[in-house]
Write a protein that binds this ligand. Sequence first.
Ligand SMILES: Nc1ncnc2c1ncn2[C@@H]1O[C@H](COP(=O)(O)OP(=O)(O)OP(=O)(O)O)[C@@H](O)[C@H]1O
Ligand SMILES: [Mg+2]
Length: 273
Amino acid sequence: MKNKADESGFRIAVAGKGGVGKTTLIALLAELLTSSGYQVLAADEDPQMNLAVSLGVPIEEAEKIIPLSHNKGYIQEKTGAKPGSGRGGLLRLNPNVDDVVERFGFRLKPNLSLLAMGSVDQAAAGCLCPENNLLKAVMRFIVLKPGELILVDTPAGPEHFGRGVLKGFSLLLVVTEPTLTALQVAQKSMVLARQLSIPHLKLVVNKVQGEEDRNRVKAFMKKSGFDSPATHFLPYTPDLLAIEPVVGPILAEGGKFTESVQELFYDVKMLIP
Ligand SMILES: Nc1ncnc2c1ncn2[C@@H]1O[C@H](COP(=O)(O)OP(=O)(O)OP(=O)(O)O)[C@@H](O)[C@H]1O
Ligand SMILES: [Mg+2]
């Protein structure tokens, strides 16, 4: 992957309340996009780092992965400032992150790499500290060739928007369940995404158990003025629980869930230049 200090390429992220299916969706899209020949960098911004295991990295291997936010040497090398040093020092605002995937990417297949980003403390959200600066630079300044994509899994809740790592993203999939609290987080995420001028937004209502759930979502949206440009519904499926933690094999099973994910995938693919 070629990098330079400029935003480019097609970048996809998920957002939403805890447990709604963000990691599952990113892992499934990574499977489908790589199977269609795209070169995918899957970046995990969630400190829980579930994405590796969902993509098929054995748990004992995944536990050895050190996230970038904990890689003190690399942070200092690239930003000129010591991690934990706050604002001061020689902080370079646009560190060159050319080598990040080669040095720290975990290659799962020839066209799929994983980068564990880690996260910065909530207390440090929005700070100009070196850790945050590096994560932002990696997300924004990796230059992608045609056919290359970044897929980012994010921590639960809308707080990460404040750190600005999703600035310059092309598509945000706001994932929700058909519950009031999840829909409220989704609504907030959609507003924040608009403030970041993310051009393509989709609402993905996951774990839908029937017409009643769909109607509840539609009623909430109408009542609260939740404006979503496109809404996808993915059915609840116990099969996912049965195959945990690796999610890819569900795609071979067929059925309603797989079909709905495929439809979403085709919609996503249409947006990729
Ligand atoms: N459509 C679905 N039907 C049934 N179970 C699902 C569905 N989608 C996801 N799940 C299950 O819900 C749980 C949470 O999914 P997942 O880890 O993808 O959510 P998340 O949003 O990434 O959570 P977190 O916020 O903790 O990172 C998992 O056990 C997953 O298998
Ligand atoms: Mg997750």
